[in-house]
Design a protein around this ligand. Structure first.
Ligand code: SAH
Length: 221
């Protein structure tokens, strides 16, 4: 991966104020958030705002998640260096880049072809060679590459898509925002010896997960 000193002070401040102070303590996650050049993933005119404590528009009505949410969702996956991870909702590719520092291989699926090809090019250009971008309906997962040790869904679902549970490894973790258009809760699903347990984490707000096991149409506000 290419190293960058650009915006390094802003990145360090983001780590301290937005992540550490709010309880993100996993050293590997903090190192990944410090390493990934978030400004390279947002539209050029928003570069100076890349390290703000907020989501930002990335085109097509979609958003790059707030840094805190990316770090919080990544932390609860408790990734090991040998793990294989699936992300649903590539968007601009930032979350996938963070995951790529912590896992062996990252598979990521984006529904919108223009976002999928832009993210794929960007990740390759920045040297994230262990990320594989697929274009399609991520609610179906990627059965041909399953099982996954971690699955991260970056869009809000009406319920946990069944195929993703099926594609979770024996001790896998799945993190997903579940709820309606305005209010969602992050749910962590863990699998142990074939049994699933679910924990509710914090409230959040994501763009809708559209697809076969998601919303048929974006939910009305
Ligand atoms: N993780 C992204 C942000 C994701 S925003 C980042 O780091 O930038 C949510 C994304 O989910 C949007 O790009 C949207 O197009 C995509 N999406 C919505 N429904 C989807 C589906 N069924 N399969 C794959 N992607 C989907």
């Amino acid at each position: 991966m290419l190293e960058t000193k650009e915006y390094a002070p802003q990145r360090a401040e983001m780590i301290e104020k937005q992540l550490r102070r709010r309880g993100i303590s996993d050293a590997a996650v903090l190192a990944a958030m410090l390493a990934v050049p978030r400004h390279q993933f947002v539209p050029e005119e928003l570069r100076s705002r890349a390290y703000e404590d907020a989501p930002l528009p990335i085109g097509g009505g979609q958003t790059i998640s707030q840094p805190y949410i990316v770090a919080a969702m990544t932390s609860v996956l408790r990734l090991q260096p040998g793990d294989r991870v699936l992300e649903i909702g590539t968007g601009c590719g930032f979350q996938a880049a963070v995951l790529s520092h912590l896992a062996r291989e990252v598979f990521t699926i984006e529904l919108r072809p223009e976002l999928a090809s832009a993210a794929s090019e960007k990740l390759a250009r920045l040297g994230y060679h262990n990320v594989h971008v697929h274009c399609g309906d991520g609610t179906l997962g990627l059965p041909e590459f399953a099982p996954f040790d971690g699955i991260l869904v970056a869009a809000a679902a009406p319920e946990v898509p069944e195929p993703l549970l099926t594609q979770l490894a024996e001790t896998g973790r799945l993190i997903i925002p579940v709820g309606d258009a305005d209010n969602q809760e992050l749910q962590l699903v863990e699998k142990h010896a074939g049994v699933f347990s679910t924990k509710m984490l914090e409230g959040c707000r994501f763009v809708p997960l559209v697809g076969h096991h998601g919303w048929q149409k974006p939910p009305l506000r």
